[in-house]
Ligand binder design. Structure first.
Ligand code: AMP
Ligand code: ZN
Ligand code: FE
Ligand code: FE
Length: 295
């Protein structure tokens, strides 16, 4: 048997680090990925690629392939959808403009959430929230943690269930771009756009619209998807000729029973994503060449 057969073929394409709302630093995440014998991992922090460089450096040391990626929020009819961008260029100027916008927007939204909590008799210091987020875009997990620490709630889940979860009294929506805008941003940064955790109820019509906007794939394997949901999503992917991906949505043990390595996909899906990314780079180069010729 060739020695390459011994290489693990497992990949986890959905993870978070301290660069957004995860608990492990990018290097620690890669240590965990090596321990879980993953061949490849994508760092998909919310609205930032800031964790990639550190993760890639550690990955090079430990022999774990690290794919640059991002998880972006977009506004949908019913709340919010998340779109993963794989193989985006972390230095892309337009992507970084969006990252800066999101960071500012998340900060003012955090103030709005604290305002609502205050209105309900639970003053929370912004310092405690900022202290947790550090230089990362502020997410509700940072606020939930501060609420536990200051005794507003007894647990992290309680914070969401009682106050800041979707539709709860202190919930504030984010100002998000449309899915079409997010997909275009990912494409222009050379990336591959994949609908994150669509859930079991993803409809034909909703997916039709996203596919028409250039969506490349959907996430099939995810802790939120039971086997029946995975089957439904695989069938939809086939109908719309979309790529399929999967991962753990690991937040470093923030959520209950989180372990890296439990939600994985075969490495061939990484190869499919890379092929799409390479095609996109060729298309972008051709477009630029065309623009130069016209000028
Ligand atoms: P944000 O992007 O600030 O709206 O925060 C979204 C993050 O909050 C998700 O990625 C989850 O990590 C977490 N989250 C959202 N809803 C819940 C919930 N009901 N229970 C626990 N965590 C949640
Ligand atoms: Zn998160
Ligand atoms: Fe998400
Ligand atoms: Fe996520």
């Amino acid at each position: 048997m060739p020695s390459s057969a011994k290489i693990s073929q497992k990949a986890d394409l959905h993870t978070h680090t301290t660069a957004s709302d995860g608990m492990l630093s990018p290097a620690e995440l890669i240590d965990a990925a090596a321990a879980a014998q993953l061949r490849a991992i994508a760092v998909t922090d919310h609205d930032t690629t800031a964790g990639f460089a550190e993760a890639a450096a550690r990955g090079a040391e430990l022999g774990v392939e690290v794919i640059p990626a991002i998880e972006m929020s977009a506004r949908a009819d019913k709340g919010e959808v998340h779109i993963l961008g794989y193989f985006v260029d972390p230095a892309d100027p337009k992507l970084n403009a969006h990252v800066t916008f999101s960071k500012n927007m998340r900060l003012s939204r955090a103030y709005a959430i604290l305002h609502k909590l205050d209105d309900h008799g639970h003053p929370l210091s912004i310092k405690s929230v900022l202290g947790r987020a550090g230089n990362s875009p502020i997410g509700r997990p940072h606020i939930a943690e501060a609420m536990v620490q200051q005794g507003v709630v007894s647990s992290y889940n309680d914070a969401f269930n009682r106050w800041i979860g979707d539709g709860r009294p202190a919930f504030v929506e984010k100002h998000n771009a449309t899915p079409a805008e997010v997909i275009a941003l990912i494409h222009r940064a050379g990336g591959v756009a994949v609908l994150a955790h669509p859930g079991p109820a993803l409809s034909h019509d909703a997916l039709y619209e996203l596919a028409a906007s250039g969506l490349d794939g959907i996430e099939v394997v995810h802790p939120r998807h039971r086997l029946s949901a995975q089957k439904h999503l695989r069938q939809l992917a086939q109908t719309f000729d979309l790529l399929t991906t999967g991962g753990s949505d690991f937040h470093g043990g923030r959520k209950e029973n989180e372990a890296l390595g439990d939600y994985v996909i075969a490495y061939k899906h990484v190869e499919n994503l890379r092929a799409r990314h390479e095609r996109r780079l060729r298309e972008l180069a051709a477009k630029r060449a065309g623009a130069t010729t016209l000028a």
